[in-house]
Ligand binder design. Structure first.
Ligand SMILES: [Zn+2]
Length: 679
């Protein structure tokens, strides 16, 4: 029998840049990860023993992340795109080992001292190296490296407890969501719901052994009920179930109540932040972001609110006037949808035949060539994990290879939902040889069937452009240090700049004319539909804007104003924020914070504002293109050099200012959302 830790038979351990994906089996995972971590621990102790750290030492240390990506990267990727119970088990067994290695590294005092020494000896003439070192020192401090004795132990304990409590928070939300069902035997009560939702509900009822319909509370069903159900009673029932999940209110009041967990999570975060020298968790969060201070974030959100509120109020009164009465929270999406259909006469599904995926991809690659002087071509396929995966190379017009990417674009069982770009290989200089970047571009579109290609909605086209923006950021990097190459090391609130920037092209008539062709007749997307599509972009945009500001301001103030003696004051702060920036008054039972996983379970704590922050940068960057012509190559080249090529090797604000010639302003986003024109 082959020995799984033998590099000759374990594809994860074979030397080479890309693994033979199709040969990787669950039994290869654990031996490879153990082998990887053992060899990297040796590399670490060799790095600790160096007498005087220099730039070679720094480059050697960067190889650790290259090695982790090389072995663990494919495991992580395959578990997302072709998962199976044995692979998931192997992944789950190894995840704590990899995490533990990260924690050890973060608290390695010897390496921290070496970085400190190196910082003093590397001059300012080497800004990239300075940034790599500054990031490393920052991450060591955030990892608690400077703590000693009991404080050090306490910090690790706090971080572990936080991870566990955040996971429980999410679990409660999932359980509360799954526990809800609406059973219906009267077809009239479901009037307005689309056929495909009713079909699913009928199938579920049969599965449950009764005649009728059974609806669940998953996000798509919730959104569909709120937007389409004609019965106000059904909409209210759904609204109430949704906004009281995992709380002391609603149909399962007290059952999976997150109230206590919120208190504990807030207290632990505050303690962790103070242990490593910050006043609040908000400050701790900003240590890895572009926004320079808590005041700046709050000012930013208030400024955006101030400029959107009047328009949002006006939009709400438009919807109320259309409905002919005062609207409750569960009425707004329903009447907004009706008003939209009446005003724009445009249904999303109507455009699908005009966006066949092959044509859209071709148009996207042409755009990329036009902007950045690059050719994207499908290349001889290295080994892949699924038949539908494709591999593309980006080359300069003189033929020089810049990087490459895999596309895995179709939904199938055992593949994680949503869309994302993942780094497969980061650009790095190793032994004088440059390793070129490779990206994974993953979506979940309908697969082609028979002679019919995959047909996209416009929203899906936007998703594809968004992820391709991330792909360009990863692949067009010119940085040789993997920790700051591509999207690595980019401030969290700036990383969505290239992706949201590229989205703008999906609305341009010139681009729509190129990518929008009927898949059977070849007829171009009619100009009237292009105009309607653009009107839909700004339809009730201010209402959406103030809602996002409400979430962001709540999240930030909660973390910024936390005091242990007073507790989290979730409902109090939420009420104040709503008073300030909301236009729709929710009912008293609303406990939406209790299911706000982004901030209590995910990575967006004191960081939810990042969505709007990056959107401002993206809109402002695109405005520069609108000023010079959206296909202007000089502007594109400046954008490539200042933003895309430099990745995390310089401060995001500096990169932006170099490109734009000034600080970012809110104007372009307000104009893009159609708000500026109506102020
Ligand atoms: Zn993104």
């Amino acid at each position: 029998m082959a020995n799984a830790s033998d590099p000759a038979t374990n594809p994860l351990l074979k030397p080479g840049v890309l693994p033979a994906f199709s040969a990787i089996k669950p039994e290869h995972v654990e031996p490879a990860v153990r082998e990887l971590l053992a060899s990297q621990r040796q590399a670490l102790s060799a790095a600790e023993r160096v007498a005087t750290p220099d730039l070679d030492w720094l480059r050697d240390l960067e190889r650790i992340s290259v090695e982790i990506d090389r072995v663990w990267g494919p495991v992580y990727h395959l578990n997302s795109v072709v998962s199976s119970p044995p692979l998931r088990d192997a992944f789950n067994r190894c995840l704590p080992l990899v995490t533990e290695f990260g924690t050890e590294l973060g608290q390695n005092t010897a390496l921290y001292r070496h970085f400190d020494t190196l910082q003093a000896s590397v001059g300012s003439a080497r800004p990239v190296e300075q940034q790599v070192i500054a990031n490393a020192l920052r991450d060591f401090r955030l990892g608690g490296v400077t703590l000693e004795g009991a404080a050090r132990d306490r910090y690790r304990e706090v971080m572990q407890q936080l991870a566990a409590k955040q996971a429980t928070f999410e679990q409660n939300v999932m359980d509360a969501t799954d526990a809800f069902e609406h059973r219906e035997t009267n077809a009239q009560a479901l009037a307005g719901l689309p056929e495909f939702v009713l079909d699913r509900a009928r199938a579920l009822a049969t599965e449950r052994g009764f005649e009728g319909w059974c609806l669940r509370l998953d996000p798509p069903t919730y959104q569909t009920v709120l937007a389409h159900a004609e019965s106000p009673a059904l909409r209210e029932k759904y609204y109430q179930a949704w906004v009281t999940r995992a709380s002391d209110q609603g149909p399962h009041a007290g059952r999976w109540d997150n109230s206590q967990l919120i208190e504990e999570i807030m207290a632990l975060r505050h303690e962790a932040a103070q242990l490593v020298g910050f006043k609040t968790f908000a400050e701790y969060s900003l240590a890895t972001k572009m926004a320079e201070s808590p005041q700046r974030v709050i000012e930013f959100l208030r400024d955006l609110a101030r400029r959107s509120l009047d328009v949002a109020r006006e939009e709400l009164s438009q919807v109320s006037a259309y409905a002919g009465r005062r609207l409750e929270s569960w009425d707004v999406p329903f009447y907004a949808e009706r008003l939209k259909q009446e005003k724009l006469e445009l249904a999303e599904e109507e455009l699908r035949p005009y966006f066949p995926l092959p044509r859209v991809l071709e148009g996207l690659f042409t755009l990329c060539g036009r902007l950045f002087d690059l050719n994207v071509t499908e290349a001889a396929q290295p080994d892949v994990w699924h038949d539908s995966v494709r591999y593309y190379e980006l080359r300069r017009t003189d033929g020089t290879l810049v990087g490459s990417f895999f596309t895995d674009l179709f939904a199938r069982p055992n593949k994680r939902g949503g869309a994302w770009m993942g780094g497969c290989v980061s650009r790095a200089k190793l032994n004088g040889h440059t390793q070129l970047p490779v990206a994974h571009l993953v979506c979940n579109f309908n697969a082609p069937s028979g002679d019919t290609p995959s047909l996209l909605t416009h929203t899906e086209v936007v998703t594809l452009f968004h992820e391709f923006g991330h792909t360009l950021h990863h692949v067009l990097t010119e940085v040789d240090y993997p920790s700051v190459a591509g999207t690595n090391g980019v401030a969290w609130d700036a990383v969505e700049l290239p992706s949201q920037f590229l989205e703008n092209y999906c609305w341009r008539p010139e681009v729509l004319a190129e990518i929008g062709r009927h898949y059977r007749t070849g007829e171009p997307l009619p100009r009237a539909k292009i105009d309607k599509l653009n009107r839909s972009r700004t339809f009730l945009a201010a209402l959406g804007m103030v809602r996002q500001i409400e979430f962001a301001l709540f999240d930030f103030r909660l973390h910024d104003e936390y005091e242990p003696a007073r507790g989290s004051r979730v409902q109090e702060i939420l009420a104040q924020v709503r008073n300030e920036v909301a236009v729709i008054e929710p009912p008293a039972y609303n406990r939406s914070a209790h299911s706000f996983g982004h901030i209590f379970a995910g990575g967006y704590a004191a960081g939810y504002y990042s969505y709007k922050w990056a959107e401002v940068l993206a809109a402002d960057a695109f405005a520069a293109f609108e000023e010079s012509g959206v296909f202007d190559r000089t502007t594109a080249d400046r954008f490539r050099r200042a933003v895309l090529a430099t990745g995390g090797s310089r401060k995001a604000l500096e990169a932006f200012v170099e490109f734009r010639g000034r600080q970012p302003t809110l104007d372009a986003l307000l104009k893009q959302a159609g708000i500026a024109q109506r102020q």
